[in-house]
Design a protein around this ligand. Structure first.
Ligand code: THU
Length: 128
């Protein structure tokens, strides 16, 4: 699975977003050490704080499948280039950096992919 394919899955996932309030669809696709992929989209709630981001939706599916070693996450919104994870999602993703102690975060800028590391996006991170 290359990062173009991973991004393609994130793009497809964004089409399932439930975002009647923000009208900001997001899709994510996680790649684990095993080579499996798990998609997620954001789903909002009329009680706004209950909204779940695409990344957290995807990670939950990886976990319930027993796949906790995350290598990379592709994130996509048709509304915004360089759609990096929100602060809360960075912390949640950090919990599952147990492959190589880091993970790649892939976003789209125009027709190009940009690859960050989570360590770049969440420096001096907290963990127990
Ligand atoms: N959103 C995500 O799904 N992931 C992020 O990292 C940023 C924000 C969603 C939440 C909400 O449904 C919409 O985008 C606007 O904030």
């Amino acid at each position: 699975m290359n990062y173009e394919e991973l991004m393609h899955k994130a793009i497809e996932a964004s089409k399932q977003a439930y975002c009647p309030y923000s009208k900001f669809p997001v899709g994510a696709c996680i790649l684990t050490e095993s080579g499996n992929t798990y998609i997620g989209c954001n789903y909002e709630n009329s009680s706004f704080g209950m909204t779940i981001c695409a990344e957290r939706n995807a990670i939950g599916t990886a976990i319930v499948n027993g796949d906790k070693k995350v290598k990379a996450v592709a994130i996509y919104s048709p509304n915004q280039d360089n759609c990096t994870p929100c602060g809360a999602c960075r912390q949640v993703l950090h919990e599952f950096c147990n492959y190589d102690n880091d993970m790649d975060i892939i976003v789209k800028i125009g027709n190009e992919l940009k690859v960050y590391t989570l360590a770049e996006l969440l420096p001096e991170s907290f963990s127990l």
